[in-house]
Design a protein around this ligand. Structure first.
Ligand code: IDP
Ligand code: MG
Length: 168
C-alpha cells in the first residue's frame, strides 16, 4: 500500500464543543504523520468548492452555512493533512459513517455527531474519501509551502504587484 495523504477538518461543531484535543488523540491511533495544520476562516467560495459534489442536494445551502460556522456563531475550521500508509481508510475508520446516527458509537462521528432539526448531519469532522478527493481538497485548503513534505508537483511563478496584508 502506497503512502497517502488525507485532509481532516475539525468542523465548527467540533470546535465549539471543545473536541479538538479529543479528536487529535483518537486520530493519533492511526499512527500517521501530520504534515500540515492551520486554523482557517472559510470563505463561501472555499466552502462551495469543497462541497461542490453536493451542490444539487437540498441540504447544500445549509451545509455551506454549517462549514462556514454560521450555525455555531463562529467562523473557524481547523485543517490538517495527515500522511502515511493507507491514510485515507485508516482515518475514515476512526471518523465513522457520514450519518452520525448510523455511525458506530465508538467512532468520532458516532460519539459526538448529531442531526439538526433542519436535517444537516453535524458530524464534527471532515475526512477525505478517495486519493482524488484528497488531492483536490488539500490543494484547496493548503498552499505548497504550508506543508512540510512535497506531496504534489509544484511550479514557481513570478508575480508582479501583489496586494497582501502585512503587520502595520
Ligand atoms: P463525508 O463527509 O462522510 O465524506 P459527503 O457525502 O462527502 O460525506 O457529505 C459531506 C457532508 O455533507 C457530510 O459530512 C454531512 O455534513 C453533509 N451531508 C451528507 N449527506 C447528508 C444528508 O443526507 N443529509 C444531511 N447532511 C448530509
Ligand atoms: Mg466526502
Amino acid at each position: 500500500m502506497a503512502k497517502e495523504q488525507t485532509l481532516i477538518l475539525i468542523k465548527p461543531d467540533g470546535l465549539v464543543k471543545s473536541l479538538t484535543g479529543n479528536i487529535l488523540t483518537r486520530l493519533s491511533e492511526a499512527k500517521l504523520v501530520i504534515v500540515g495544520a492551520k486554523v482557517v476562516r472559510p470563505s463561501r467560495e472555499l466552502a462551495e468548492k469543497h462541497y461542490e459534489h453536493l451542490k444539487d442536494k437540498p441540504f447544500f445551502n445549509d451545509l455551506i452555512d454549517y462549514i462556514m460556522g454560521k450555525h455555531h456563531n463562529t467562523h473557524r475550521v481547523v485543517a490538517f493533512v495527515y500522511q502515511g500508509e493507507n491514510a485515507i481508510q485508516k482515518i475514515r475508520d476512526i471518523v465513522g459513517d457520514t450519518n452520525p446516527e448510523k455511525a458506530n458509537p465508538v467512532t468520532i462521528r458516532g460519539a459526538y455527531g448529531r442531526i439538526t432539526t433542519t436535517g444537516v448531519f453535524e458530524n464534527v469532522v471532515h475526512a477525505s474519501q478517495t486519493p482524488e478527493d484528497a488531492e483536490k481538497e488539500i490543494k484547496l485548503w493548503f498552499k505548497p509551502d504550508e506543508l512540510v513534505e512535497d506531496i504534489y508537483p509544484t511550479k514557481e511563478i513570478e508575480v508582479e504587484k501583489v496586494k497582501m496584508l502585512v503587520w502595520a
